[in-house]
Write a protein that binds this ligand. Structure first.
Ligand SMILES: [Zn+2]
Length: 390
């Protein structure tokens, strides 16, 4: 039998970077009060580590991180740093218990961005990691653009990080260019070569951030970096709600998260980031539990598991039967039942015809009020028919 994800991993930790990578999204700024509120919600939901920001930016950013540290949350609070001692000193000022120390490992970044050499990269990372460890911090050594890095060098980087005391390696698919098969093979290679914990940090440029994060877990990564709503640079990151629900529903790995609160935190972050949740958004979109087509609505009315992978209340949503062009008679009958009206076969048939016509004209599903207009019209037609018959 094909092994399940459970066979590959004993424990999975969720690292949320909504407040760092999420806020790095072009055009997104959180107010400090919003950052604090988001941190509280992430902690309450069950996130293990919160990447709270970049202390080296100073000013309000540093204040926000300090305030989050002072909340005394259960989650570990991590700050993001370049592989620069000064950055780490700023993180220490904020009182965080963990630091991410980031430097590029791909030749393309080393040559064109850092204008440096592989040796210098290893050197800067080693010094920064050793410094942070000497201050008693938990350390993630971040390999930026890891997905485009040469494997031999990436392994060298991971080995050196481990020797310097780093607690884990963050594997960044910075451009989101991996597919799950490649991801699995890369992570497995690193895990088999270097005994260091790995965090997946995946981007969604080709729509594979969550798939790649889970493929990394299958390859041996125990940490998964996520953001609420998948907010993040360009196409975003792996979404918190997707990763947690995919683990729970597809892989039967329940991390014990308060998933009922997903809609609350997703809506809060959507408002704070001025990025509304599209109705078709995975897990928390308004359409995820909305059924209109006749066959689907009929199935769901008989038993929701026919067309729902999980129950809407697991993520704080409610099921909706939408009445529109694609509706069938079962949905119409059920809808009017909710209004306390028992429809006859003939009434149902006439209402359905009218619903379809009106919905095509309006190019949208119908509101309850409109359904009642149709019902009244149908009653008039039927009564007229009855009168004529007399
Ligand atoms: Zn990123």
């Amino acid at each position: 039998m094909y092994p399940t994800l459970k066979d590959f991993v004993d424990k999975i930790f969720i690292v949320d970077t909504t407040l760092r990578d999420g806020e790095q999204t072009a055009g997104v700024v959180f107010a400090n009060q919003e950052k604090i509120h988001i941190a509280k919600m992430l902690d309450e939901i069950g996130v293990n580590q919160i990447e709270a920001g970049i202390p080296a930016m100073g000013g309000a950013e540093k204040e926000a991180i300090k305030s989050i540290v002072n909340l005394g949350l259960k989650a570990s609070i991590m700050a993001w740093n370049r592989a620069v001692i000064e950055d780490i000193k700023n993180s220490i000022d904020c009182g965080v218990d963990a630091v991410a120390i980031s430097i590029s490992t791909s030749d393309i970044h080393i040559k064109h961005k850092l204008k440096s050499s592989r040796e210098d990269v290893l050197d800067s990372m080693s010094k920064a990691v050793e410094f942070a460890k000497s201050k008693g911090l938990y350390v993630s050594a971040n390999a930026e653009d890891a997905s485009r890095s040469e494997m031999d060098f990436l392994i060298k980087f991971a080995e050196r990080a481990r020797e310097c005391g780093a607690d884990r390696l963050r594997f960044c698919d910075t451009l989101g260019i991996l597919d799950p098969f490649e991801t699995f093979s890369k992570i497995k290679t690193i895990r088999d070569s270097v005994g260091i914990d790995i965090e997946m940090h995946t981007h969604n440029d080709f729509g594979m951030a969550t798939a790649n994060a889970l493929a990394g877990v299958r390859g041996g990564a125990r940490y998964v970096g996520v953001t609420v709503n998948g907010l993040g640079e360009r196409a975003g990151n792996a979404a918190l709600e997707e990763v947690v629900m995919a683990l729970k529903i597809i892989h039967n790995i329940d991390l014990g998260f308060k998933t009922k609160k997903f809609i609350e935190i997703c809506e809060y972050v959507a408002n704070a980031s001025s990025r509304q949740i599209p109705i078709w958004k995975t897990i928390v979109g308004a359409n995820i539990f909305a059924h209109e087509s006749g066959i689907h609505a009929d199935g769901v009315l008989k038993n929701p598991t026919t067309y729902e992978a999980f129950s809407p209340d697991e993520v704080g949503l409610v099921r909706q039967i939408i009445i529109g062009k694609h509706s069938g008679s079962a949905a119409i009958k059920s809808k009017f039942n909710q209004f306390g009206i028992e429809l006859s076969k003939e009434e149902t048939k006439l209402i359905l015809e009218n619903v379809r016509n009106m919905s095509i004209q309006l190019k949208r599903p119908l509101f309850d009020k409109e359904l009642m207009y149709i019902y009244n019209d149908v009653q008039k037609i039927l009564n007229k028919g009855a009168n004529l018959a007399v």
